[in-house]
Design a protein around this ligand. Structure first.
Ligand code: NAD
Length: 423
């Protein structure tokens, strides 16, 4: 069965951007060229075909990828994305960013990412399950609790992880809790994992506001993307006193300068609605959303949504990159120039992988923590990483992005040098 190529959200090659970011870090922090040549490449990229029987009896072969960028600091870790515009270079970029994210958080992991070129919204649950199980079988020699540990990302969720966990475990003959994270609570998930990326982003924002003598109270916030990360961010931020003045999903968004009823928007989505037909506010497009007057803009959807065409229109004084790579380098420059504080993805959305690490540890020990404990440890790790990044930014008079990447890349470089180059 042939499928038409989907329109991509990517304006630039994200892997080229990720490598350029590494080159910038190398220049600012004086990294050895030989190390840069190691870290610019992904250790392993696997492309698989995933033949899947559809509900009507037809067979469709999906394309899947699993990429490991680096394992100098431990097994590789990274989500699985189901999206029609997934490309190998996008997955490579996301894998590289995972290496830096794990390193910045001080976790004993390297970076990986996976993806399947598909539109999960057009597949039934049973089709998704069959595809996920076949994908897991195709990459079964690549993953494992000591090797490479997937998690949810765009278009995947705890059910996807349950099917991956079960497929892997069936093949081993026993339950292997540590093979994936983001599992449902009933089969070894961690309390607090669902909200962790959003909570981590909030801790980062609160730490940044603290440096400016501000708090979340009354802060006008715009959130783009109302999936696992964006919807949780909006609801927790609202609970803690922020005013959510704009929200959106891929269908469009809503604006209310007096604050949107986030709980009502969540209920509307749960009932199968989209934000374009959510009545709680003025209806707006995603372009209009990015230009709304607000204190903080939180892109929590896909890459490159803020670019040279619309960066000038952004009116927030803080941008929290809850999504991975939501700003192009040109947008980055435009906003930095205007003095906008950008909290970069490797710092702002690392809460997910931090609690994934807790889930992996709990699974290996078969001993599970209380939610308060998870959230407190998450806060400690994210705030420490924020402080290190803030201090490096001041020492080097550079951006938060370059500072965060600098701290992270240097740690990976040190591990690489300490281990030495095999053979
Ligand atoms: P998701 O699939 O649950 O939600 C994605 C949301 O983005 C949906 O509401 C979708 O409608 C919306 N969207 C898609 N295209 C859009 C567009 N062009 N404009 C506006 N909205 C659009 O995915 P998620 O897990 O919430 O991930 C969102 C981002 O956060 C991604 O960049 C992902 O890599 C990153 N992230 C996710 C996790 C995690 O654990 N899930 C952790 C860290 C970072």
């Amino acid at each position: 069965m042939a499928t038409a190529a989907p329109e991509s959200h990517l304006r630039e090659n994200p892997y080229a951007i990720a490598r350029q970011q590494l080159a910038n870090v190398a220049e600012t922090f004086g990294l050895d060229d030989r190390l840069v040549s190691v870290l610019s490449e992904c250790k392993k990229s696997v492309e698989v075909s995933i033949p899947t029987t559809l509900d009507d009896g037809r067979v469709r072969a999906f394309t899947g990828y699993r990429v490991t960028h680096n394992i100098a600091r431990g097994p590789s870790k990274g989500g699985i994305r189901y999206h029609p515009a997934v490309t190998l270079d996008e997955i490579k970029a996301l894998a590289m960013w995972m290496t830096w994210k794990c390193s910045l958080m001080g976790l004993p992991f390297g970076g990986a990412k996976g993806g399947v070129v598909c539109d999960p919204r057009s597949l039934s649950r049973s089709e998704l399950q069959r595809m996920t199980r076949r994908f897991t079988s195709e990459i079964i020699n690549e993953i494992g609790p000591e090797k490479d540990i997937p998690a949810p990302d765009v278009g995947t969720d705890s059910s996807t992880m349950a099917w991956m966990f079960d497929t892997y475990s069936m093949n081993k003959g026993y339950s292997v809790l540590g093979v994936v994270t983001g599992k449902p609570l009933t089969i070894g998930g961690s309390l607090g994992r669902d909200a962790a990326p959003a909570r981590g982003a909030l801790f980062t924002l609160e730490a940044a506001l603290g440096k400016q003598g501000r708090t979340l109270d009354g802060l006008a916030v715009v959130v783009q993307g109302f999936g696992k990360v964006g919807s949780q961010f909006a609801s927790i931020a609202a609970e803690r006193g922020a005013k959510i003045v704009g929200i959106s999903d891929s269908s469009g968004g809503a604006h209310d300068a007096n604050g949107i009823d986030v709980a009502a928007a969540l209920a509307h989505k749960r009932d199968g609605g989209s934000l374009a037909d959510f009545g709680g506010g003025e209806r707006i497009t995603n372009d209009e959303l990015l230009a709304l007057p607000c204190d903080a803009l939180v892109p929590a959807a896909l890459e490159q949504v803020v670019n040279e065409d619309n960066a000038d229109a952004v009116r927030a004084s803080v941008v929290v990159e809850a999504a991975n790579g939501p700003l192009t380098p040109a947008a980055d420059d435009i906003l930095e120039e205007r003095g906008v504080l950008i909290l970069p993805d490797v710092l702002a959305n690392a809460g997910g992988v931090v609690v994934s690490y807790f889930e992996w540890v709990q699974g290996l020990q078969e001993y599970f923590w209380k939610e308060d404990e998870v959230n407190a440890q998450l806060n400690e790790i994210v705030t420490r990483a924020f402080d290190e990044t803030w201090a490096t930014r001041s020492d080097r008079s550079t951006s938060m992005r370059l500072a965060a990447y600098g701290v992270a890349v240097q740690r990976v470089a040190e591990a690489t040098v300490t281990r030495g180059l095999y053979p």
